[in-house]
Write a protein that binds this ligand. Structure first.
Ligand code: SAM
Length: 373
């Protein structure tokens, strides 16, 4: 049932079409092809983006996502036949988006990945001395594997794909418990009782098995995507969305902004920044968990998001939709929209089917559809 169009629009009815159950939309579908190239906490599901394109974007249109994250909007735009531009502050997210959306010569891609893996498994490469962070978070053999693989990558045309494989292998090889992979606080050095597997588990000691598994998985997923994507353009812009200049006109904005005090987007991929030597711009993250939720932090957040929205809205042709997916439990978005010169036209509420286990529970999010006032 969709909500009737109304200007007050602060009350939203549940949109059943957007509230998939686990059976209707199993994890395999939500993480199809390149959507599972690397874990990323805080992404929206591809099928939601697909449906929002269908409802709000013209065929062969152009869409902008100023908080593009892991690139869900860009990947789905390629699948749906739209051009897209995505901005993100976090260098690792931009690498992830680039690898997902680039057009590959599948022959050279396969050659690069298989050759790098074969050389690694034959013992080639040399491991540099690990930084203090890497020495703390990885067992000696694991970091030796990772640094040796890293030493082989530079010479390949598809080095970025291999760098992503390296990051994913590093994530799995950290000294963490199996149930706390997102934000582990301290390295886990001893065997522990594992809530996920209901038995005693041990921290990982080697990384070579992950390098193999993710090299092959990445290759398979990039090939799958190559067969379903269109030839439209996806552009990735790295930087602060409050400052970047975006060229041209768009037919719609679709975005899910960071929410205050929830996630540190750089910190969740800290191992990748350390291993790949990426630029760390965390002090510019909007709504970073590290900044807390004091009144001052919330005001800075509202200012920052309104600034980004105003700039993004300025790229839209008249009456084109500005679509925001958010769980606005602090009720900040009416003010943010007003300050960005946007007026709310419609609001869908969707029931998010939370995973089982430690993240179980009822959870709703809203889809706000606005236009320039
Ligand atoms: C909720 S996530 C977006 C997730 C995305 N919808 C997806 O499916 O992957 C918000 C993103 O905003 C980015 N971000 C935070 N502050 C930013 C800023 N000042 N400029 C650009 N991006 C920023 C974060 O790095 C994060 O990737």
């Amino acid at each position: 049932m969709r909500m009737a169009r109304t200007q007050e629009a602060l009350y939203a009815e549940l949109d059943v079409e957007l509230s998939w159950s686990e059976r209707e939309l199993p994890e395999r579908e939500r993480t199809k092809h390149v959507h599972r190239l690397h874990p990323y906490l805080g992404k929206f599901i591809p099928q939601l983006v697909e449906e929002l394109f269908r409802r709000h974007l013209p065929a062969r249109g152009r869409v902008l996502d100023p908080f593009a994250g892991s690139g869900t909007t860009l990947v789905q735009a390629l699948e749906s036949g739209l051009d897209s531009t995505g901005i993100d502050l976090a260098a690792f997210n931009c690498l992830l988006m680039e690898v997902k959306t680039r057009r590959y010569n599948l022959f050279t891609l396969e050659h690069d990945v298989r050759e790098a893996l074969a050389r690694f498994e034959a013992g080639e490469g040399t491991a540099a001395a690990p930084s203090p962070y890497l020495a703390d978070w990885f067992a000696p053999q694991a970091i030796d594997d990772l640094l040796r693989f890293r030493s082989l990558l530079g010479e390949y045309e598809h080095a970025d794909v291999l760098r992503l494989v390296l990051a994913r292998a590093a994530r799995s090889a950290r000294r963490t418990t199996h149930f706390d992979l997102d934000f582990p606080a301290v390295p886990q050095l001893e065997p522990y009782w594992c809530f996920k597997h209901r038995r005693e588990c041990r921290p990982v000691e080697r990384a070579a098995q992950f390098v193999r598994r993710y090299s092959l998985d990445t290759l398979a997923r990039l090939k799958q995507f190559a067969h379903v994507r269109t030839a439209r353009e996806a552009t990735v812009l790295h930087g602060d969305a409050r400052e970047l200049e975006v060229e041209g006109r768009f037919d719609g904005v679709i975005t899910s902004p960071p929410y205050p005090g929830l996630i540190d987007y750089h910190e969740q991929h800290r191992y990748a920044y350390e291993l790949l030597g990426l630029d760390d711009l965390r002090e510019r993250e909007l709504g970073a968990a590290a900044a807390g939720t004091s009144r001052q932090a919330i005001e800075a957040y509202v200012d920052g998001i309104a600034n980004v929205f105003e700039r993004a809205a300025a790229t839209l042709a008249r009456r084109r939709p500005f679509v925001v997916v958010v769980n606005d439990r602090r009720d900040l978005y009416p003010e943010i929209l007003a300050r960005s010169g946007l007026s709310l036209e419609r609001r869908y509420r969707r029931h998010v089917n939370r995973r089982t286990g430690r993240r179980a529970g009822e959870y709703f999010e809203d889809v706000l559809v606005a236009v320039r006032a």
